[in-house]
Design a protein around this ligand. Structure first.
Ligand code: ATP
Ligand code: MG
Ligand code: FE
Length: 345
């Protein structure tokens, strides 16, 4: 089977072709980071308009580069939620229309299921069941994954997502958007022991998270150490970044260990933008080794949004017989636990 995948839920236009015999054939991504940089965050209307501009050229590009004709396709998968409604509409309308025009089935994909399945595009892919830590710009969730669409939410953030906390802390340190990777780079020059940040909600049982307190703690520390221009000196900024990153990573690792213990699973899948974080991977590796468990991640470029994960999720769901009807429907909010499970492999 050969599936075209389309992702437009936020500020990345992603398109890819997955072939069940040959694996990932092509993928193309256009990031709108520069478009939104001046605003310090994603501007929904600008995002939608840019998806309109970029999507079809990217579809043409992956089709041409892989020598794929419409008649070679067995289906089209597009992200139907969660995300920005206008941005989702662009990918969903285009995906549904192309599938209709080319006479192939279409399938709606949940963006977080895409993230969750992304590690399956790598060598030694994880096998069901496993525990997944989804850490992205909009989500921080621990999920018990028994199979495709068989998801039990074990815990989630009660306020900010981990990626969002990284972005907000980065803003306080005057780093450009998206701040997560920039804060991580700055933290490498810092001394993580100079400041000690709290590890929210780790002192009581449970698998939920809270990151908004860490944000306040960061702001207070920045203010207490600020010079005349409102920012601490360079080394202090790096030390704050290091302390912040330590606190987030430590918190995530503690909850992952707890989730593995509670479920008895031996595999942890980590996906979403924050799964690219080097310290998180190092610390998880060390912690899981002690428990005889292993962690699986997407390759670096598939941690954040991309079309490859949507094409792959689409392949699994189309293979299992799922089809979208002709109406175009997107869901800005869409709990992953509502997805259809119990599908035939
Ligand atoms: P969602 O998937 O929840 O809808 P999203 O699609 O915006 O949100 P992703 O594209 O998966 O999120 O990830 C982007 C987030 O990952 C941003 O918040 C970004 O700062 C963060 N991020 C990316 N790389 C790193 C890193 N190395 N360290 C920490 N955070 C990172
Ligand atoms: Mg993004
Ligand atoms: Fe995402």
């Amino acid at each position: 089977m050969r599936i075209l995948g389309i992702e437009t839920s936020c500020d990345e236009t992603g398109v890819a072709l997955y072939d069940s015999e040959r694996g990932l054939l092509e993928h193309a991504l256009f990031s709108q980071v520069d478009l939104h940089a001046d605003y310090g965050g994603v501007v929904p209307e600008l995002a939608s308009r840019d998806h309109v501009r970029k999507l079809l050229p990217l579809v043409r590009q992956v089709m041409e580069r892989s020598g794929t004709a419409p008649a070679d396709l067995d289906g089209i998968a597009y992200t139907a939620g969660p995300g920005l409604v206008g941005a989702l509409m662009v990918g969903a309308c285009a995906g549904r229309a192309l599938a209709y025009g080319w006479d192939v089935p279409a399938v709606e994909i949940h963006h977080m299921e895409g993230h969750l399945l992304a590690p399956m595009l790598e060598e030694n892919p994880p096998a069901f069941p496993f525990v997944a830590l989804l850490v992205s710009g909009g989500h921080t969730q621990l999920v018990d994954v028994r199979g495709l669409g068989e998801y039990e939410l074990l815990g989630e953030s009660l306020d900010d997502a981990a990626g969002e906390a990284f972005d907000k802390a980065a803003k306080m340190l005057d780093l450009d958007y998206p701040g997560g990777p920039r804060l991580a780079a700055l933290a490498e020059k810092g001394d993580p022991s100079r400041f000690t940040f709290p590890r929210p909600m780790t002192d009581r049982p449970g698998l939920d998270f809270s990151f908004s307190g860490l944000k306040t703690y960061t702001l207070t520390t920045v203010r207490d150490n600020a010079l005349e221009d409102g920012l601490p000196d360079e080394q202090t900024c790096a030390d704050i970044a290091a302390a912040f990153q330590e606190a987030v990573v430590d918190t995530l690792v503690i909850k992952c260990r707890r989730a593995l213990k509670a479920t008895g699973r031996k595999t942890l899948v980590v996906a979403g933008g924050v799964s690219a974080n080097k310290l998180l991977r190092e610390r998880l590796e060390a912690a899981l080794a002690k428990e005889g468990a292993t962690a699986c991640y997407p390759r670096h470029e598939f941690c954040t949004d991309n079309g490859a994960m949507i094409a792959y999720a689409g392949y699994l769901r189309l293979k299992a017989g799922q089809r979208a009807d002709l109406g175009v429907e997107v869901r800005p909010r869409w709990p992953m636990t509502e997805l259809q499970g119990g599908l035939a492999g």
